[in-house]
Design a protein. Structure first.
Length: 216
């Protein structure tokens, strides 16, 4: 199984995003964390900045919405032409309708769950999803330690995906680096979000290559 590496720009230099994007050109995509300071206790950027990212990026943008009122805003991000938009189950009033709106706008759609959200909430939506995101830290801040109990959660999600017989990506985000990426992939993940493990290294291409090797 080929493992996709998507560096999270939460750990990048926001003032020099074009240069930061160029430094990770060997990645499979760019993970864009949109935070509103309400759903999570951190604030990053919004629609105008993601629009500009889409204009300058040569890699697909994977937009992870950690915001309130997802039912209102998700389709706006999808309409920018980004590759994928991931919704948080905990922040959606009508998950099914919002999934369909994102897909109708032309983006792939993912559903994210926080560490304390049970895996079972995903099951009703698998027939429409392109990606499931398991958060292996509490969302909001980069540089946190991986929650060990996430391994069993990843295995459970992989089992649900396998039972669905659909090509759904299983993404994991939070505290992943060279020391644990192999275990995360062995549990069933195929798409890895890495923040400080990439942007904390001066040679970003080397960091991405090392993560691929450790995963495979």
């Amino acid at each position: 199984m080929a493992v996709r590496i998507q560096p999270s720009i939460l750990s990048a230099d926001f003032v020099n995003l074009q240069a930061e994007f160029q430094s990770i050109s060997s990645a499979d995509g760019i993970h864009v964390d949109v935070m509103d300071g309400h759903f999570v206790p951190n604030l990053t950027f919004g629609l105008p900045v993601v629009k500009r990212m889409q204009e300058i990026s040569n890699l697909p943008l994977d937009v992870h919405l950690m915001i309130e009122d997802l039912d209102r805003w998700a389709v706006e991000y999808a309409s920018l032409g980004v590759f994928s938009v991931t919704l948080h189950f905990e922040s959606c009033k009508d998950v099914g309708d919002t999934i369909r709106q994102v897909k109708s706008a032309g983006a792939r759609v993912g559903l994210a769950i926080k560490p304390n959200t049970p895996v079972t909430v995903i099951a009703p939506y698998l027939k429409e999803l392109d990606q499931v995101l398991v958060m292996s830290v509490e969302p909001g801040f980069g540089g946190q330690l991986f929650i060990p109990a996430s391994i069993e959660k990843i295995r459970a999600v992989r089992e649900l995906i396998n039972q669905s017989s659909r090509d759904i990506w299983l993404q994991v985000d939070g505290g992943i680096g060279l020391s644990n990426i192999a275990e995360v992939v062995a549990a069933g993940a195929d798409t890895i979000v890495a923040g400080s493990a990439v942007f904390g290294i001066s040679n970003r291409a080397g960091a991405i290559s090392a993560l691929r090797e450790a995963a495979e």
